[in-house]
Design a binder for this molecule. Structure first.
Ligand SMILES: O=P(O)(O)OC[C@H]1O[C@H](OP(=O)(O)OP(=O)(O)O)[C@H](O)[C@@H]1O
Ligand SMILES: Nc1nc2[nH]cnc2c(=O)[nH]1
Length: 186
């Protein structure tokens, strides 16, 4: 893929290199392996579209460690190709068997925890379905003061930068998801 096709001209700065992202995925996979192996009946969900790549990285690492665990996708949408989080988070969870969540530990995985709006809505939904406990793992946590009280139990990377970010699944107006590193957008 050439640079123009990848829209790398929009990249202002590389915030986390590909190597840092891969190492962060290693740490998250190790954390997830511990949860899956030490607690019974854990269900793991990840948020499409942005988290598809991070979920693939985790899945690959779990399999390499001998853990064959289904990571279940849920489609959520808060930004709708804008750079502002909307108040209403769309959650598509019709394919989930709600009665199977009763009393279970749920792990929610996403690429970024930013305002926390998306994660908070999904966590609330899981608890409404009867989940006992919800644990949160993200590739990247933006350390800001949030309106909602939510924090990652495991964050592979952390930043205090305020700019919009892209790469490793994070898109900028539908572009740049394929970048292997996380970039600040101009
Ligand atoms: O903490 P928040 O401020 O809620 O932001 C985090 C969410 O924003 C992005 O998703 P988006 O709604 O852009 O959809 P996408 O996954 O299809 O990119 C990202 O993938 C997270 O799910
Ligand atoms: N692409 C992208 N998606 C986000 N969702 C929440 N914050 C961000 C961000 O900085 N970049």
């Amino acid at each position: 893929m050439d640079v123009r096709e990848n829209h790398e001209e929009l990249v202002e700065e590389v915030l986390f290199t590909e190597k840092q992202v891969q190492q962060a995925a290693d740490r998250c996979a190790e954390w997830l392996r511990g949860i899956i192996q030490n607690q019974s009946c854990v269900l793991v969900f990840y948020m499409l579209e942005g988290c598809r790549r991070f979920a693939e990285m985790l899945n690959h690492r779990l399999l390499r460690a001998g853990v064959d665990k289904e990571l279940i996708p849920i489609r959520t949408s808060s930004y709708n190709e804008t750079t502002q989080c909307s108040e209403v988070v769309k959650i598509e969870d019709d394919h989930i068997q709600k009665d199977q969540l009763q009393g279970r530990t749920i792990v929610l995985i996403d690429d970024i925890l930013d305002t926390g709006g998306t994660m908070n809505s999904v966590r609330k939904r899981m608890l409404e379905y009867g989940a006992d406990k919800v644990q949160i793992c993200v590739l990247l946590e933006r350390e800001i003061e949030r309106k909602v009280n939510i924090k990652a139990d495991m964050a592979g990377l952390k930043t205090q930068r305020a700019e919009y970010l892209a790469g490793v699944g994070l898109d900028y107006k539908g572009m740049l998801r394929e970048l292997p590193y996380i970039a600040v957008i101009e």
